[in-house]
Design a protein around this ligand. Structure first.
Ligand code: FES
Length: 116
């Protein structure tokens, strides 16, 4: 399944959550921008299955150096999704493939993101 996210309001060090239906189930992901590059991940913390931003599109630590889950504070590297601090240290966010079009990002959410 492909999710389309507009690049228009995605400024440097901001993020946007999105959701798509995969096999009838709503799956959430997010995309952030850093250094002019876009990074997309499943919006599921590796500690507990909640969204990192708690649905307000704030995916960062206060200093914007890391992604952060706002439930218990797990910190993830922006470029790799590796958890470098918090209750799930050593785990990794699930990355999503992303393609850039002129005005949009096309993000592939795999069928495997929904359990059978
Ligand atoms: S649910 Fe994300 S750190 Fe606990």
């Amino acid at each position: 399944m492909i999710a389309k996210v507009s690049k228009k309001n995605l400024d440097e060090l901001t993020g946007k959550g999105f959701s798509v239906k995969v096999r009838g189930k709503l799956v959430k992901g997010f995309v952030v921008k850093k250094g002019g590059q876009f990074y997309a991940y499943m919006n599921v913390c590796k500690h507990l299955p909640v969204t990192l931003d708690l649905n307000d599109d704030n995916f960062f630590t206060f200093d914007k150096a890391y992604l952060q889950c706002h439930m218990h504070g797990a910190m993830y590297e922006i470029e790799t999704g590796f958890c470098v601090g918090g209750p799930c240290q050593g785990a990794r966010l699930e990355p999503l493939k992303l393609m850039e079009e002129q005005n949009d990002l096309l993000i592939t959410v795999p069928e495997s993101s929904v359990e059978k």
